[in-house]
Ligand binder design. Structure first.
Ligand SMILES: Cc1cc2nc3c(=O)[nH]c(=O)nc-3n(C[C@H](O)[C@H](O)[C@H](O)COP(=O)(O)OP(=O)(O)OC[C@H]3O[C@@H](n4cnc5c(N)ncnc54)[C@H](O)[C@@H]3O)c2cc1C
Length: 483
């Protein structure tokens, strides 16, 4: 891949940037190549990559870019699956992984973090003081807090604890013009003026660059208890989940894996999700809290499992539970055994529509002829629907495109969301207008134009239609890939 790259001489404005910032501005082939793609594996070369050593460097880059209308794409670790971190229009990439300081205030229960800190590092730092940072994306060993804030990332804990947005107290960073701003401060309450902190959360690097965040922590739950349940089929499993929530049980984790996801995870890890229950969909549940709280909910959960499940079993100990979550985290990558291309959707479906959605997926599998393993977080309706196909097979490509359109139309018709946690990026742009009326899109564009009048930040994303399935992907192995 590298051999095909042509070294582009830096333009006058890039040279000017380098004079200002020195060695943190990289124009070598390797640096540009590494910043050209994210987990979507779409690749567009930037002219330069800037790796700030301090927050102020970001302001310098943006001010100059704004003056000269240079496109700028911010990146954390590039784990996004939507193409959101790909520099579609070239220009400059700001790589924030060098800004990764973390400080915990153990009295206030707050974490002061720089945008490039990984989620796993924040969790570990909090845990060392007896605190808990709940957002738990499967990519947490790699992805950054900045990326999580930009995408409003979720994960397995969403139903009980909420998502990234629920833990952000304050943000600092730069407007696309290069001006420094602070939204909120290190207090648990803030009602002073428009809440532009929440506007930045989930804005996918289009409205500003986060350099620092103050995160809310909660006390670490002292005990956990894990239950595996298996069901006759997917419709029965999703119906049972609704029955569980009607009992007002709030598991910390409630993960559904359809039978196809179970098979993928088992083949990839050569271990069994639920021994003796091969070929069945499962729901994996975890309670968290004090032993007293767990005992109360455990009784309800076991009575429910006896009534609803084909089989159930408690995890023997913490090791077995952790092993289970590790297998669960592998299931997405493992799906590449079913095809070399994946349309990876993260829709959110209202709970009352669970069974209807499961029946729809059955029909979609039959009509498309494609494997569509699905798993997800049942406490918040966030289901990961994975349409697998072979890129070299034109009939499969057509079937995948038709299937993703039907999926999105159905999700919106059922009152759901085309994305529950990954965001729009490039991959969901064909469907943004299914979700939002013209007036809503105009309102979003008005905000974009107000904050980024020259349109330099992450251009081409969210609003312009980009059909990912029509664009080549690069063949590169990322650290979080299964194979
Ligand atoms: C194996 C795997 C599992 C995953 N599991 C989950 C999951 O469970 N839940 C979930 O929600 N997501 C998941 N994801 C998706 C991804 O990890 C998240 O979207 C994550 O938030 C991206 O973080 P990042 O640091 O990699 O950001 P990047 O991929 O580098 O960037 C993502 C977007 O954020 C913008 N951005 C990044 N940093 C900043 C910043 N400091 N300021 C402004 N904008 C910024 C970028 O421009 C881009 O638009 C998974 C991905 C993989 C590969």
């Amino acid at each position: 891949m590298l051999a095909n790259l042509v070294a582009v001489p830096p333009s006058a404005v890039t040279r000017q940037l380098r004079r200002r910032l020195g060695g943190i501005v990289r124009t070598d082939r390797q640096a540009r190549w590494e910043a050209s793609f994210d987990s979507s594996k779409l690749s567009y070369l930037p002219a330069a990559v800037i790796r700030p050593r301090k927050a102020a460097d970001v302001g310098v880059v943006l001010a100059l870019a704004n003056r000269h209308r240079v496109p700028v794409t911010v990146r954390g670790r590039g784990t996004t699956l939507t193409g959101g971190a790909v520099p579609l229009r070239g220009g400059w990439v700001i790589d924030l992984t060098g800004l990764r300081r973390i400080r915990i205030d153990p009295e206030a229960g707050m974490a002061f973090v720089q945008a490039g800190a990984t989620v796993a590092a924040v969790q570990a730092a909090a845990a060392a003081h007896g605190w808990f940072y709940p957002p738990d994306p499967s990519s947490k060993e790699y992805c950054t807090i900045g990326g999580n804030i930009a995408c409003n990332a979720g994960g397995m804990h969403g139903g009980r604890y909420g998502v990234t947005r629920d833990y952000v107290l304050a943000l600092k960073g730069f407007l696309p013009t290069g001006e420094w701003v602070e939204w909120g401060t290190a207090t648990r309450k803030f009602s002073a003026g428009f809440n532009l902190r929440d506007l930045w959360i989930g804005s996918e690097g289009l409205l500003g660059v986060v350099t620092d965040a103050v995160l809310k922590l909660i006390p670490r739950p002292p005990a956990r208890w894990t239950l595996l349940t298996a069901f006759a089929d997917e419709v029965t499993a999703l119906r049972a989940a609704r029955a569980l929530f009607a009992h007002r049980v709030q598991p910390a984790i409630c993960e559904f894996l359809d039978r196809y996801s179970v098979q993928c995870a088992e083949r990839a890890t050569r271990s069994s999700v639920f021994p003796g229950q091969a070929g069945r969909p499962v729901i994996l549940l975890e309670l968290a809290g004090t032993t007293h709280e767990i005992d109360d909910q455990k009784a309800v959960l076991l009575a429910w499992a006896r009534r609803e499940a084909t089989a159930f079993r408690e995890a023997r100990d913490r090791d077995e539970a952790e092993q289970l979550w590790a297998v669960r985290r592998k299931c997405s990558g493992a799906m590449f055994e079913l095809g070399d291309a994946k349309l990876n959707e993260d829709v959110a479906v209202p709970m009352r529509q669970y069974e209807r959605f499961a029946r729809f997926l059955d029909r979609l599998r039959r009509s498309s002829g494609l494997p569509i393993p699905t798993f997800g977080h049942l406490a918040d309706g966030n289901l990961h629907v994975n349409i697998m196909y072979h890129r070299a097979d034109p009939a499969e490509c057509r079937a995948a495109e038709a299937a993703v359109r039907r999926l999105m139309e159905t999700v919106v018709a059922l009152g759901g969301a085309i994305s529950g946690e990954h965001g729009i990026g490039l991959a969901k742009t064909p469907f943004l207008r299914l979700q939002h009326r013209p007036a809503q899109v105009r309102a979003m564009l008005a905000v974009k134009n107000a904050l980024d009048p020259r349109g330099i930040l992450n251009p081409g994303k969210m609003f312009e239609v980009f059909e990912v399935w029509k664009h080549p992907r690069i063949d590169v192995h990322l650290p979080w890939d299964h194979k």
